[in-house]
Design a protein around this ligand. Structure first.
Ligand code: ZN
Length: 87
């Protein structure tokens, strides 16, 4: 699994339950990828906090916010290009 695929899966994770087989690959990637760990950890905590107070479905505005936060987090930990060394 690549980082981009993990992000894709995280989006699905926000929207609902994820296939357990996919989860195994997910965990496997996480075990070896620090930037992804940071993002996933953050999102999981947010979802857990929220789900504590509600049964199952995340309301749409909340999901949209979560998706936005996810992309933002992702950009921070996965810069599109390496910065050239400043001279
Ligand atoms: Zn990764």
């Amino acid at each position: 699994m690549k980082c981009e695929e993990l992000l894709q899966m995280l989006n699905e994770y926000v929207d609902g339950p994820v296939d357990p087989g996919v989860c195994a690959e997910f965990e496997q990637h996480l075990a070896g990828c620090n930037p992804c760990q940071v993002v996933v950890d953050n999102i999981r905590r947010t979802i857990t906090l929220y789900k504590d107070g509600t049964p199952h479905e995340l309301p749409l505005p909340f999901r949209n916010r979560l998706h936005a936060a996810l992309r933002e987090r992702w950009r921070e930990t996965h810069p599109p290009e390496k910065n050239p060394p400043a001279n």
